[in-house]
Design a protein around this ligand. Structure first.
Ligand code: PBG
Length: 334
């Protein structure tokens, strides 16, 4: 006996039956154009493995150039540079962050000289450069000072723009930094330098492997970033943050972390209609790699599914440690 109602005139499985009809009704697609590759540049020769991030290494500038060439060949539009300074260069005020001969500034110049067409994004925050591992400058009680930190971030941004960065990317969550950096860039004539704002950056525990990668984990110790990064419980607050960064002159807007925050990606894209990016952070990468290493998950299939999910949620691009690997998988085909 057939049930009454829409069945069987509506059989959802008809369109799923064959490859051709599945392809015809596919709503979202992931391509190399959607990917940004984060790289750690250190101030020493060669490569160094990063704990808890299999396949990720800290790179010398020479090695960075090789990786940049691969990114170009694979059609990945941009790399995002994270500096790993010599521990001896760390200070309480993080001044190495705006040293014109600092590791990131030299890396930018080397990249733009050799591969001018590859987009160069740079992280703006003090944590790799400070002895306390915070993204900003603490007062005597340990509270991170807002406006003093913004002044430091402006210096760091100007030094990156002067070295040739295409996009500066403040990941610190201070108030007013986007507008202040934008004004300083305009005043200095860097009118083409884009700002990728980490507008909705949460105080997440998924950043653990990254803090080891840039060498800030030990310095931060039991410290936390709750007074500036967002509470994972909140969603409306993320929209206010993005709205402020729109008003302050950012060009691109980041939600971070990624997969646990797809609802935020969705709201930002659909309520504010701005170029929206998601950061699949170190802990998300580590989870997939660890399960794959145990034979519990299929790395390729799960990584591509996670990356496609960002597109479905509305992201225009994804910052991911999988960028080169995913681009290779996509190139090789299903
Ligand atoms: C800090 C910064 C962090 C990440 C990027 N920039 C860590 C933090 O906020 O403590 C994390 C990225 C990742 O986990 O992959 N400016």
């Amino acid at each position: 006996m057939r049930p009454t109602g829409a069945f069987p005139s509506t059989r959802m499985r008809r369109m799923r039956r064959d490859d051709f009809s599945r392809r015809l009704m596919r709503e979202n697609v992931l391509t190399a154009n959607d990917l940004i590759y984060p790289v750690f540049v250190h101030d020493k020769p060669g490569r160094e493995a990063v704990a808890a991030m299999p396949g990720v290494e800290r790179l010398s500038i020479d090695e960075l150039l090789k990786v940049a060439e691969q990114a170009l060949e694979l059609g990945v539009p941009a790399v995002d540079l994270f500096g790993v300074p010599d521990p001896a260069a760390k200070t309480a005020d993080g001044a190495a962050a705006w040293d014109e001969d600092g590791i990131v500034q030299r890396a930018i110049r080397a990249l733009k000289a050799r591969f001018p067409e590859l987009g160069v994004i740079t992280d703006i925050a003090l944590d790799p450069y400070t002895t306390h591992g915070q993204d900003g400058l603490p007062d005597d009680s340990g509270y991170i000072l807002n406006d003093e930190t913004v002044d430091a971030l402006v210096r760091q941004s100007l030094s990156h723009a002067a070295a040739g960065a295409d996009v500066v990317s403040p990941s610190d969550m201070m108030d007013g930094r986007i507008g202040t950096i934008r004004a300083a860039l305009e005043d200095a004539g860097f009118i083409h330098t884009r700002i990728l704002a980490y507008s909705a950056k949460y105080a997440s525990s998924f950043y653990g492997p990254f803090r080891s990668a840039v060498g800030s984990a030990g310095n931060l110790g039991k410290g936390n970033k709750y007074s500036y990064q967002m509470d994972p419980a909140n969603s409306d607050e993320a929209l206010r943050e993005v709205a402020l960064d729109i008003a302050e002159g950012a060009d691109m807007f980041m939600v971070k972390p990624g997969l646990p925050y797809l609802d935020i990606v969705r709201r930002v894209k659909h309520e504010l209609q701005v170029p929206t990016y998601a950061y699949q952070v170190s802990g998300e990468y580590a989870m997939l790699k660890a399960a794959a290493a145990n034979g519990w998950l299929d790395d390729r299939a799960c990584a591509l599914e996670a990356l496609l999910s960002f597109k479905r949620a509305g992201a225009d691009g994804i910052l991911t440690y999988y960028a080169l690997e995913a681009a290779r998988w996509l190139k090789a085909g299903a």
